[in-house]
Design a protein. Structure first.
Length: 95
């Protein structure tokens, strides 16, 4: 499931999938919610913990560009997917 979400998000980020083909944000929110519920992870998802996770994953994204080297685009898109996942979880939690 997690690989499916990352693949979907990566395709959107790389422009390989039309974002408007689906209600992609709603689709992702539902998939992430189901994935989280199946593992009983919501107990760990306080707004504070989710905000920290956004920052941690954003740091990992930044690390892909460290030292001015050519970034590994697969790693970049995976980190973008991680940031997006935590942002969506946080936005749901704050609703």
């Amino acid at each position: 499931m997690l690989k499916k979400l990352a693949k979907f998000q990566r395709e959107i980020c790389l422009g390989e999938m039309d974002m408007y083909e689906y209600d992609s944000i709603e689709f992702l929110r539902n998939e992430i919610k189901t994935f989280t519920e199946e593992r009983d992870w919501d107990q760990f998802h306080s707004p504070e913990n989710l905000a920290k996770s956004v920052s941690i994953e954003a740091g990992e994204l930044l690390e892909c560009f460290q030292w001015g080297q050519e970034p590994d685009m697969e790693a970049v898109t995976e980190e973008i997917a991680d940031v997006m996942n935590y942002c969506l979880l946080l936005s749901d939690k704050l609703e």
